[in-house]
Design a binder for this molecule. Sequence first.
Ligand code: SAM
Length: 303
Amino acid sequence: MAAPIPSDRPICDYEGSRYRTEFWEGQGREYEDRAERLALRRLLPPTGDRIIEIGAGFGRLADLYAGYRQVVLLDYSRTLLAEARERLGADPRYLYVAADVYRLPFVPGAFDAATMVRVIHHIADVPAALAQIRAILKPGAVFVLEYANKRRWKAIARYLLRRQTWNPFDPQPVEFVKLNFNFHPRWMRARLEEAGFQPERWLSVSHFRAGFLKRLIPAGLLAAADGLLQPVGALWQLSPSTFVRLCTPPGGPVAPESALFRCPLCGSDELTVAGQMLACPQGHRWAIREGIYDFKEPISLTP
Ligand SMILES: C[S@@+](CC[C@H](N)C(=O)[O-])C[C@H]1O[C@@H](n2cnc3c(N)ncnc32)[C@H](O)[C@@H]1O
């Protein structure tokens, strides 16, 4: 397989990772999973036409989109998408797309809703990614974003006890491990507004992410308690994870129902299916392999 289209932005590459088995399944994160689902259910309209999850991984949250006519699961990792497809089956409502959030292969105004959970903490150029997401949403669309909160109570305590060098009150993002960022709520709000999103509701999530609590209290109970606390996100955010529901303002393009893909290299909307590939008039061809639309690199740059 050829190398992905060179990007001037670094990507946290999960290709071939065992994210599902090494991070989630049997890894003591049932509480986080439940708390995140609760937040997403609260913020996302339960039904709609076309939704996209960006950085969907192995499709952990895909069952929450049952009320949508079409569900696009996008991720940079082909292997995680293959796992998602294996888990969810070949249901024609799901479309699997391998692509980079910095080069989304869709026409403007294609989606009624979007979600992005546990992904933006890997994004070095947040404004560029948000601009891409904003462009593919219809006017009045909903975008539910989760981000890792730099100003969480644990980071504040560690800083005050001098066990952590970085300042949780400094608005700039902190890269605590390569391509792993935590964001200050004020900084994130400013980037979201600059990108043209209108924040509507904030939830503070995963208050009880502490090993001893998770060992002592059943996950369901802990998640229910978290659910009671989540609305405090409207006033302050001191938990490790923040969910925000954003809306796009009126005006702007609405893609016709039949239009979806756009060539990420030349921007042409005239992609036609040719056998097991999509081709644009400029000669860029994109593979459809084992049910995954692959926009990571073209099959060939010339016809
Ligand atoms: C921590 S995982 C989260 C997966 C899923 N959202 C979940 O919560 O289970 C981060 C995901 O973001 C994807 N990702 C990272 N950088 C990306 C990029 N530039 N474009 C698309 N996906 C990206 C990774 O491939 C990975 O699947």
